[in-house]
Ligand binder design. Structure first.
Ligand SMILES: *Cc1c(COP(=O)(O)O)cnc(C)c1O
Length: 375
């Protein structure tokens, strides 16, 4: 049997070892020092935002974002229901009530029109959310121009979960642009990785200065460690920053490779009855972190679970589209709005092997296996 084909395995550029050795020899292993500063500077360039704090994970970046925006117990925090649990978990742990909104079928991300209607209704109820958190999906950026506009109308801040959309664009600007804060991830399964890690970015330098302060235990500048508040141990290690710094220059090339992977799936499978692929609205450029397709069992002859199991038998990993958060037992008491679009995408959606190191013959192994299932 050929080597297993995984969904999105890490892809080394080859210079990581040198970067690691250099950083280890420099003696700067702590979350401070020149490597970390260079990684943050590189990130501000990539994201075209002036301020970045490198952190221990994307989830930590989201947690700090919630803290900076003043989320308190009892506050509402709104997000798209079709996302990874990490988008909302830190807010729930802070005692906030999540409200899950449906996605737009044109982008599979937070529906700005629905958001606008719900914000107006919330304003009438006198209970606006503390923050709105659009989540980029599989590399597809949310429509920040539209989301920003409706949120600005009610003075509600926006925290963008762009964990998987580094390198993506919307309205000619990087993913997340227009939000007050943008969270990204360098987890091992993302397009560029630090082996784990994340970052919080903003146009607001004070916000990022506070993020840094909170991320390193909120130590005041005093030799005895003075604390006016409590913080977290969330700063990124220099060792991880070295890996991230080695990887980051290849981002553009890797996004192009992921997009080519998606293009091959579309060309080879898109015309089979019952199969369709994740859309990409004209105002955006997805990173295609994961190639996602939709299976209509009536027309294809098999459902997405049958395809997933048949692929798994051949050592090919695939995964259902996120189970919407409003359907998760952990959030059964949380309010939600709509959700039928996301529920149908979960029912029929499948993510296919999408790694940037995958070869064309390897990809055709997955394509042939799916073709063979069509009845
Ligand atoms: C990866 C991911 C996260 C979490 O990032 P970590 O670095 O793994 O903590 C959050 N949200 C989305 C949408 C992600 O894809």
């Amino acid at each position: 049997m050929p080597a297993p084909l995984r969904l999105s395995p890490p892809h080394l550029v080859g210079t990581e070892m040198d970067a690691l050795r250099e950083t280890l020899e420099s003696g700067w292993l702590a979350p401070a020092g020149p490597t970390l500063a260079r990684f943050e500077a590189a990130l501000t360039g990539t994201m075209q935002l002036p301020h970045a704090a490198a952190l221990s994970s994307g989830t930590a970046a989201l947690h700090l974002g919630y803290r900076l925006l003043g989320v308190e117990p009892g506050d509402e925090v709104w997000t798209s229901t079709l996302t990874f649990v990490a988008t909302i978990a830190p807010a729930v742990q802070m005692g906030a009530t999540p409200r899950f909104l449906d996605v737009d079928p044109a982008s599979w991300t937070l529906d700005p029109q629905l958001l606008g209607e719900e914000l107006a209704a919330a304003a009438r109820r006198g209970r606006l959310p503390r923050v709105v958190v659009p989540a980029d999906l599989y590399g597809q950026p949310s429509d920040m121009a539209a989301i920003r506009a409706v949120c600005a109308r009610w003075g509600v801040p926006v925290l963008s979960d762009s964990a998987c959309a580094l390198g993506g664009r919307q309205h000619g600007r990087p993913a997340g642009h227009g939000a007050d804060l943008v969270a990204v991830s360098f987890n091992g399964n993302k397009i560029v990785t630090a082996g784990g890690g994340g970052a919080l970015l903003s146009a607001d330098g004070d916000m990022i200065a506070r993020a840094r302060h909170l991320a390193s235990q909120a130590k005041e500048p005093a030799p005895h460690y003075q604390h006016e508040t409590t913080g977290f141990n969330y700063a990124m290690s220099s060792v991880l920053a070295a890996v991230g710094l080695a990887q980051l220059p290849s981002l553009e090339e890797r996004v192009e490779t992921r997009r080519a992977v998606f293009g091959r799936y579309l060309d080879a499978l898109g015309l089979l009855p019952g199969l369709s692929f994740m859309p990409e609205p004209g105002w955006s450029r997805s990173t295609r972190w994961l190639s996602a397709m939709r299976v209509d069992p009536q027309h294809f002859g098999r459902d997405r679970e049958a395809i997933r199991l048949a692929l798994a038998e051949q050592g090919i990993e695939s995964r259902p589209v996120w189970k919407p958060l409003h359907l998760q037992p952990a959030f059964r008491h949380a309010p939600s709005v709509g959700g039928e679009v996301a529920a149908a995408l979960f029912e029929q959606g499948l993510c296919l092997p999408s790694g940037s190191a995958m070869t064309v013959p390897q990809q055709f192994r997955a394509i042939s296996a799916i073709r063979a299932l069509h009845r």
